[in-house]
Design a binder for this molecule. Sequence first.
Ligand code: WT7
Length: 690
Amino acid sequence: HFLRHVESMKLLPSGAGHISHLNAVILGESLATEENDFVLPSNDFADQANVKSPQQYMEMYKRSIEDPAGFWSDIASEFYWKQKWGDKVCDENFDVRKGKIKIEWFKGGITNIAYNCLDRNIEAGLGDKIAIYWEGNEPGLDGSLTYTQLHDRVCQVANYLKDIGVKKGDAVIIYLPMLMELPITMLACARIGAVHSVVFAGFSSESLSQRIIDCKPKVVITCNAVKRGSKIIYLKDIVDAAINDSAQSGVSIDVSLVYENPVALKRVDTKWKEGRDIWWQDVIPQYPTTCPVEWVDAEDPLFLLYTSGSTGKPKGVLHTTGGYMVYTATTFKYAFDYKPSDVYWCTADCGWITGHSYVTYGPMLNGATVLVYEGAPNYPDAGRCWDIVDKYKVSIFYTAPTLVRSLMRDGDEYVTRYSRKSLRVLGSVGEPINPSAWRWFYNIVGDSRCPISDTWWQTETGGFMITPLPGAWPQKPGSATFPFFGVQPVIVDEKGVEIEGECSGYLCVKSSWPGAFRTLYGDHERYETTYFKPFAGYYFSGDGCSRDKDGYHWLTGRVDDVINVSGHRIGTAEVESALVSHPKCAEAAVVGVEHEVKGQGIYAFITLVDGVPYSEELRKELVLTVRKQIGAFAAPDKIHWAPGLPKTRSGKIMRRILRKIASRQLDELGDISTLADPSVVNQLIELADA
Ligand code: WT7
């Protein structure tokens, strides 16, 4: 069986230069002869897979690179287009030296993504198929919607939005937990051509108001409260505060649509502002269950999603319709080896890109049955995920390494207590998955049966970029393996020169793919500066990457000032600016530090205003300040008192030194002679555990 793979690899023709590293693994003897840590899909799995062998992958990949227009237009033709795109499938300028960066796919094509998710599937006979299984936080509370029912609910919301004056191109902010109403609202916006901006319901009122001020939505959609685990979160209070803040900056919100969630908070106990606040349940059911589709251009915006960068202000990543539709559908189908009989569960929240592309759009474009889970993955205990897997016969389970590590710590018994025999494909996303977590996921959760798709991608990329195809590739635990169709990843050195073969460096992409983001909302210049100027001619991901002798890709983490906490992206500058807003904080420097469960933890060096003494109380206040300004997930794990920070003579903080102190690698501090005051280093070391 192993040999079958190797044999099929040898059959491949030697490829064009840009894919030669792939041929290296395919043609190389290393696979068969060396003691490599390979995990192969079973024969049974490979036989039934959408892509069955490296050879089949290679044929498809070659075509996708050599003839992207043909490759992608064949796939795009499987969707409904009111009008076909013009003569150019892709029109791009990827090189800042040649002018403005521009990416267009299927321009002139007229379509609607919600129509393709719903009406097209219903017409194809999937009307009675379950679109969404919903599992509540409390065991025993659940629901479901067929594709027809989902269509009807989406249309009601779409009609309501139109009625209150939301038009094509208008922004709508959605601040909802994982209720069915979240994907319903996203699809309703898409149906009428409105641009949704989902804000993760763990963000604070200040973060929410920042986003409201930036995109000026016609309406904010929320719910009164939600129960997560054993805690109640009063979402509407957060929204009310955000709306008040925004009004002070001149952005007023006339309508706040509030879903009543009586499990968490009764209507009578909800604070209310007459004239602005509207109960969802009072209006939505009155609207018709059909709603004409707003046909849009492939390049019309679909959504905005704010993400952190290395400076303070969050970036509004803008995705458009046609390319994103084709890309999320295709990546979903191949990376998870999707079959119509699958029940698919992605544990991500729709507040992040994973929930956009792989809870809502990608799966629904394929007519898949999607499980939406409202609660915490370890509530009431660490077995909840597998309880849910058995209850719904989940066959594809997609999650983040942080959850894998935390469940791994809780012990195998919570897993083995459940059958899990419905599972056939596992997935991982958000950060590199360490080989030991990979093995536990593979051996214990998947009973050594289920391939793991470790999908590397970003908010900006819209969909998977480097990912295993589970039936095709021998896997290496911890490696995201090879590029998806149409993606040309390259590794460059500091000068932006591509490096071949076994190497490590900065991960870039050479040309556009359909799911790429088109701009940062209102700031095309920042788009170019952040992503296209660091290495001219390429899209720069912000990640480090190495490629091994077999051509496998190993992501090594961010190389910019972004910290990845439990798969959530947090800019150091954002946390610093929250910290220094505290009146007793003179200066703050934040770095990421290895964390057993979260991947990275947030480590903050704090210089207090002259004369203010260190205290436990102040430490708590500082942490609280960050929770309030950004959200609980951004709370620092450690506050390290710093009489001074290591700065160069020109005043630049040397984070390299802070990272070493934070991780207690004190013998690796390197050259500190360029510091304006080298003695601060010893002061910091002395206070390390104070
Ligand atoms: C950053 C993007 C893409 C959805 C979730 C996060 C890291 C993501 C992987 C992976 C190694 C990964 C990268 C990337 N990342 N997936 N499979 N292996 N690193 O989206 O918030 O846009 O963050 O997450 O560092 O740049 P995001």
